[in-house]
Design a binder for this molecule. Structure first.
Ligand SMILES: Nc1ncnc2c1ncn2[C@@H]1O[C@H](COP(=O)(O)OP(=O)(O)OP(=O)(O)O)[C@@H](O)[C@H]1O
Length: 325
């Protein structure tokens, strides 16, 4: 395929609906409610959302594993209804769960997967994949002897045997330690630089921020936010400064009001702000200017659930307005 033949959108979804029929006395579930989503070719795209939002349902429809109830979906320009096999060949999915035979060596696992996709031996890329995945020296070692990070990379390799232009990673670093997470991020970036469009779901805000150039947030089956990562994080108050003061406060001092703090306890002020717009120095200076003595200061990132709520409802406090911008 030449560059000109390639679609502008790696994935294009319009009016996507999914209703899981109720079974065994359980009510039917309307899991996707008219989802429109375009994922540009060449991007690393993050799909975020609380548990049960419909992320897996969306991915599974694209991968041909779940049948949609309505709407259209195209993978690499191919309509999943009109040419389901071709659409499936354009996408590789790395599932959340590690599904490796513990006794199968890495090379054999990749060969088997290539066989399942009907790729002739001469056209297989097994050694190249082992090399890129950093598993060349483990090619004959059984999966159970590989580290957690190596197993994840082998899972990515399995999704890549048929050279799909679109790679879907479902929670790629769930339960992976920080060092390995970095390695996997580097690898995802490398794949992307080599031309693979990546769609990933994640529960880690930091992961989305570090990797993705665009993000869509799904909540209760609907897209509630869709923007570049920078623009989205500018909107989200994802930082929290908790200040304990040495004496109880009857009310929030006037000079702190522009920062919209919450009096969480008589001696505790909580400031929420977007990383890009908040100035911790200014907040602490204002606290001292109000004649308060600071007993302790901690910063933290609020729960992802809180952040999703903000995206659905808008931030609780309007710091940007307060800072005069
Ligand atoms: N096979 C099924 N039958 C009935 N309901 C289902 C089925 N699969 C998913 N659901 C329901 O559809 C909704 C969306 O589920 P889905 O797994 O797509 O969410 P998710 O965003 O991937 O969640 P998580 O982050 O927990 O993986 C949930 O309410 C779920 O209980």
């Amino acid at each position: 395929m030449t560059d000109r033949d390639q679609p502008a959108a790696a994935i294009a979804v319009e009016g996507l609906e999914k209703v899981y029929p109720g079974t065994g006395g359980r009510a039917a579930k309307h899991a996707l409610k008219g989802v429109n989503l375009t994922i540009p070719r060449g991007s690393i795209f993050g799909l975020l959302g609380p548990n049960g939002a419909g992320k897996s349902t969306l991915i599974n429809i694209l991968a041909g594993l779940v049948r949609k109830s309505g709407g259209t979906a195209r993978v690499w320009g191919i309509d999943i209804d009109k040419a389901p096999r071709a659409a499936r060949a354009a996408i590789g999915v790395v599932p959340q769960e590690l599904t490796l035979d513990p006794y199968f060596p890495a090379r054999a696992a990749l060969e088997l997967q290539a066989g399942l996709f009907g790729i002739p031996k001469a056209a297989r890329r097994t050694d190249e994949l082992l090399e890129v995945l950093g598993l060349a020296d483990k090619a004959t070692a059984p999966a159970r002897s590989l580290s957690g990070g190596m197993r994840r990379r082998l899972m990515v390799g399995k999704a890549l045997v048929h050279s799909p232009p679109v790679l879907v990673l479902d929670e790629p670093t769930a339960g992976v330690d920080v060092a390995l997470r970095q390695q996997l991020w580097d690898y995802v970036r490398l794949l992307n630089q080599r031309g693979t469009t990546v769609l990933l779901t994640t529960h880690y805000l930091q992961e989305a921020e570090a990797l993705c150039d665009r993000i869509a947030v799904l909540a209760d089956g609907q897209i509630v936010a869709h923007d570049t990562t920078d623009a989205l994080f500018r909107r989200v108050e994802d930082q929290e400064l908790v200040v304990d003061v040495s004496a109880p406060l009857g009310a929030i001092p006037d000079n702190l009001l522009p920062f919209n703090p919450i009096l969480a306890a008589p001696q505790r002020l909580v400031f929420r702000f977007a990383q890009a717009s908040g100035n911790v120095d200014e907040m602490l200076a204002a606290i001292r200017a109000a004649g308060l003595r600071v007993a302790s200061v901690t910063t933290k990132q609020p729960d992802l659930e809180d952040v999703f709520l903000q995206l659905v409802q808008g931030p609780a406090s309007n710091f940007e307005g307060a800072s005069g911008r």
